[in-house]
Design a protein around this ligand. Structure first.
Ligand SMILES: [Zn+2]
Length: 425
């Protein structure tokens, strides 16, 4: 029996987009859905009640960070990720690969720098890392921290310089201990500026790692079969887990198609789409992949969460999206509105007694003014992070829920057009 059930409720005419329901043992995710990022088993500055009130249905945590702190065995002893953080809904973990690379080889190759060709997905994903990194004085970004071999990635801890090895098997073992409902295969993330030859090599390695991730996942599931509940709990966190394969391939259409074809051929429960995208053709790049991926399985676009990108991703067949951007922007005083982003530190907002967005029903907009938020940020008050995060998270989750509703009602194209017009005005 599969750990998840995915049902398509309605398709978008002429496009690959769809609205569906993803059932996990911790509840249903109505798709398309924004996946809230709780990197270290916490959504920065927010309580579980505030996350739930923002409309979140699913939380994604980071394997790499939980491996170092508090360690996967503690999360497992607590009953798994959800129980540990007090969240009773669906959870996900990424494979930890991206961080192992970003803090070493990928960083050396330029991940995290702005690509001349546009804003890359890696850049968005690594921004939060660099943010994490900058808090730790022991980090020396100039030193090579990661080495890639056929076996996996060996890297130095960003905490104390000790050496660690992540292999596909190790990543799956850790993710089984953490016990999220949906976990990801271990892949190599290449820099957006890597050569074509290197991208090809990395792609082939990622394919071999996909098979190894799946094999390890199946072995662990097999050993859980026929065991008593208590025995299963002692080995995993007691949650039936779904494994998503990852489609890579950078900017080269042929590589993306090849990766999608290979990953589709393996019995994964769903798919993650990774790699870097040009901002201007993100929709086309996703379309190449989703034309190939089996329609009946869910698709998660990794690290994308800007409002306009979400419309493109949904239209071209993605069901789930995770991104640190909404909450990271919030902590940096940048707030979403239906008229585009605003920086609350701008002088004009000091005396603005209207809510951040008049159409938003979040706790912040219902109770506070722009002037109050501007004051909190200028005074460097802790509450600024909480109120701003509540707003941005509610905004982005509500937007995706609205997109879902528009697909169901047959008004997607009109909604997209109206939103773009206002947001870019
Ligand atoms: Zn609001």
């Amino acid at each position: 029996m599969s750990a998840i059930t995915f049902t398509i409720e309605k398709r978008l005419p002429k496009f690959l987009g769809r609205a569906g329901r993803l059932e996990t043992s911790h509840g249903v995710i109505e798709t398309p859905a924004f996946v809230t990022v709780g990197t270290k088993a916490t959504v920065k500055a927010l309580t579980i009640e505030q996350i739930r009130d923002a409309g979140a249905e699913v939380v994604l945590a980071n394997t790499y960070h939980l491996y170092f702190e508090p360690g996967e065995k503690i999360v497992k002893a607590a009953g798994g990720l959800g129980a540990f953080m007090g969240w009773n809904g669906p959870t996900m973990t990424d494979s930890g690969g991206f961080q192992a690379f970003s803090l070493g080889a990928a960083f050396e190759k330029g991940v995290g720098k702005i690509s001349k060709r546009g804003i890359s997905q890696e850049e968005k994903r690594s921004e939060s890392l660099i943010e994490e990194r900058s808090r730790d004085i022991s980090i020396r970004p100039e030193s090579p921290l990661a080495t890639i071999t056929e076996d996996g990635v060996s890297f130095k801890s960003y905490k104390d310089g000790s050496t660690h090895l992540f292999t596909p098997e190790r990543s799956i073992d850790i993710q089984h201990d953490i016990g999220a409902d949906i976990i990801f295969a271990f892949d190599e993330c290449t820099s957006p500026d890597a050569s074509e030859a290197y991208q090809k090599e990395a792609l082939e390695r990622t394919n071999r790692w996909a098979k190894r991730s799946l094999k390890r996942h199946q072995e662990l599931q097999e050993s859980e079969r026929g065991s008593t509940f208590r025995e299963i709990q002692s080995r995993t966190s007691g949650t039936p887990q779904a494994l998503f394969g990852i489609v890579q391939g950078g900017r080269v259409p042929e590589f993306r198609r090849r990766s999608a074809t290979f990953t589709s051929s393996l019995p994964f429960d769903g798919f993650g789409i990774g790699g870097s995208f040009d901002k201007k053709d993100i929709g086309t790049a996703i379309e190449w992949v989703n034309e190939i991926l089996p329609e009946e399985k869910p698709r998660h676009l990794l690290g994308i969460g800007e409002p306009l990108d979400l419309f493109e991703a949904v239209q071209n067949g993605c069901d789930l999206f995770d991104c640190v951007t909404p909450t990271r922007l919030a902590r940096n005083a940048s707030l979403y509105t239906t008229q585009g982003k605003i920086n609350i530190l701008n002088a004009e907002f000091r005396s603005d007694l209207s809510p951040v967005d008049g159409t938003c029903r979040c706790y912040t907009c219902l109770n506070y003014t722009k002037a109050y938020l501007a004051h909190l940020f200028r005074s460097k008050e802790l509450l600024s992070n909480t109120l701003a995060s509540i707003h941005n998270l509610t905004f982005i989750i509500s937007l995706v829920k609205g997109i879902r509703q528009a697909i169901l009602e047959g008004t997607f194209s009109k909604m997209k057009e109206d939103f773009e017009k206002r947001y870019l005005s």
